[in-house]
Design a binder for this molecule. Structure first.
Ligand code: F6P
Length: 546
């Protein structure tokens, strides 16, 4: 079937289904939960609260076939150059590959290189943990400051926060990303230069923010009395660019390599994950990789109808492109996952925020939804009002581990009860009759009831997916991240876009370079618009205080 035909069939189906509410779908089918949920080991994915029937799924599967999903997925796993504009493969799966079999990228087995760098990382981490790698004054390292941004920060920062309960004692790992001097400045407050190690992470080793922070960190060490020759004991690098690392003054001996086939936002499994390894140690880092490998196997081999990342991608197509729901909230009911929405923002929006197809033609369907969110229950007391009664519908991903190592029992039950209740409220809402009955039980006049009634009605019929798993562990985190990575890839196939480039970030970088020069010299170009000129003028006038 052609793509056009598949879309037409979905459109026809949409015009029939669009007026059926989720509540109606549930009352029509007592098996709905069983029919529309899947399980992979202990991971339960309940997608029954989406406006789909078996016919919808079957039509969406036709669409996936029309987009040649299987062939594109196989090309990804074969290490072909799926990133067409940069002529690169996207083989992050090799970094978590289990066993001895080869993994080919561009016709070459990359596993010997992958294992060599992993060995280098493990030896280094062991030397830090055992106190064998010491600072220049022979003191043990107590603090690691990771400096990177975007894909060179969000993954490690998110995972370190998520896995705090697995952290090794005696070493604190901090992450600094923002060029705002307060980020590094505040992080360094209270740290001892003699016992601090910096890990500078940058694929290109040219990123303005990272280089500025790395230089500032070097200055901090020098100001504390360390000699230039001692800096090497306090700096290591993670990069694909050996020459730039050398030029920065870091011995390439102390550099951990990765490769151009590892995209920044898919890189936490590579040496970019060194801060994670330093935080949790080898066993837990390996478990993180193993968890992701479980999802790789599932995504690469499961039948379409059972394939969780594919099904989730197709649900996005259905809701985003047919129902017009372009906002997607990620709401983990787990404090350790508080950075997960920010991580997914880059993964999804940098991958899918594209307006042209793989071959450069204008896309025919809306692409990336807006990804945002925050942890429950806090979010319930912030933006959930809009989710329940606002005029725009938002699709929600609820994510929660069932068990909690901290005080299992009533508080964890409260947390989970809230999550399940919110998903139920989004589904059912609260109709006029129910609200009227409730108000009638209170001491209110008919007039008062009529005035309050519209404010208390919840339309409901708002879709959500719920992800439940037993515990938040390195393995379950790895599996969850890989699930979203593959869902993102599947969406890129369905939208016919390149998930692995990010040209859209270039223009701002270019202009920032020019404006930085203007702020430093006061020599402002006449090419700007009046707003840009006005803003530069204001900054120049006020930057030294009045
Ligand atoms: O924001 C653009 C970007 O290129 C991201 O894709 C990347 O993760 C980040 O900058 C950092 O790049 P690098 O690792 O080269 O410093």
């Amino acid at each position: 079937m052609s793509k056009k035909k598949a879309i037409k069939a979905l459109q026809a189906h949409f015009s029939v289904l669009k007026d059926t509410s989720l509540s109606e779908l549930f009352s029509q089918d007592s098996q709905r939960f069983n029919r529309f949920s899947l399980q992979l080991d202990d991971l339960l994915v309940d997608f029954s609260k989406h406006p789909v029937t078996e016919e919808t799924l079957s039509l969406l599967m036709d669409f996936a076939r029309a987009c040649e999903f299987t062939s594109f997925r196989d090309r990804l796993f074969q290490g072909q150059r799926v990133n067409l504009t940069e002529h690169r493969a996207a083989m992050h799966m090799a970094l978590r590959h289990q066993g001895e079999t080869p993994v080919m990228v561009d016709g070459k087995d990359v596993m010997p290189d992958v294992r060599q760098v992993q060995q280098q990382m493990f030896s280094f981490a062991e030397a830090i943990h055992a106190g064998q790698w010491r600072g220049a004054s022979n003191r043990r390292i107590t603090d690691v400051v990771s400096i990177g941004i975007g894909g060179s920060d969000l993954g490690p920062a998110m995972a370190i926060e998520a896995l705090k309960d697995f952290a090794l004692p005696g070493l604190k790992v901090h992450c600094v990303s923002n060029v705002d001097p307060s980020h590094l400045g505040r992080t360094l407050q209270g740290l001892n230069p003699e016992t601090t190690l910096f890990v500078v992470i940058s694929k290109t080793f040219t990123t303005l923010e990272t280089m500025a922070n790395a230089r500032q960190a070097k200055t901090w060490l020098l100001n504390a009395g360390l000699a230039e020759k001692d800096i090497a004991r306090h700096f290591v690098a993670v990069s694909t660019n050996t020459e730039a690392v050398r030029q920065f003054g870091i011995d390439p001996e102390n550099m951990f390599r990765f490769w151009d086939w590892v995209g920044g936002r898919y890189s936490m499994w590579s040496a970019v994950g060194l801060p994670i390894l330093l935080a949790v140690g080898r066993t837990h880092f390996n478990a993180l990789l193993q968890g992701a490998a479980v999802m790789d196997l599932h995504f690469s081999q499961a039948e379409d109808e059972e394939n969780i990342p594919l099904i989730l991608a197709l649900l996005d197509i259905w809701e985003h492109n047919f129902f017009g729901l372009s906002s997607h909230a990620i709401v983990p009911y787990a404090q350790p996952l508080r950075l997960f929405p920010a991580f997914l923002q880059q993964l999804i929006m940098e991958s899918l925020g594209k307006s042209v197809t793989r071959t450069g033609l204008p896309v025919e369907m809306q692409t990336s939804p807006v990804i945002w969110g925050g942890v429950g229950t806090d979010s319930q007391h912030a933006y959930f009002q809009m989710l329940h009664q606002g005029t725009s519908k938002v699709v929600v991903d609820f994510i929660a581990p069932v068990q909690n190592v901290h005080a299992p029992g009533v508080q964890q039950d409260m947390l989970l009860a809230n999550m399940v209740a919110q998903a139920e409220a989004f589904l059912k809402g609260k109709g006029e009759n129910e609200v009227r009955a409730e108000l009638s039980e209170q001491d209110m006049t008919e007039e008062e009831i009529a005035a309050l009634l519209p404010h208390k009605i919840f339309a409901g019929n708002r879709p959500s997916t719920t992800f439940l798993f037993e515990r938040l562990t390195p393995a379950s985190l790895g599996r969850l991240v890989a699930l979203y990575e593959h869902k993102t890839f599947a969406l890129s196939v369905l939208w016919d876009i390149n998930a692995f480039d990010q040209w859209g970030v270039e223009l701002g970088k270019q202009l920032a370079g020019q404006i930085l020069h203007e702020l430093e010299t006061g020599d402002v170009s006449s090419n700007h618009d009046s707003s840009t000129n006005g803003l530069i003028g204001y900054i120049n006038q006020h930057k030294r205080g009045r």
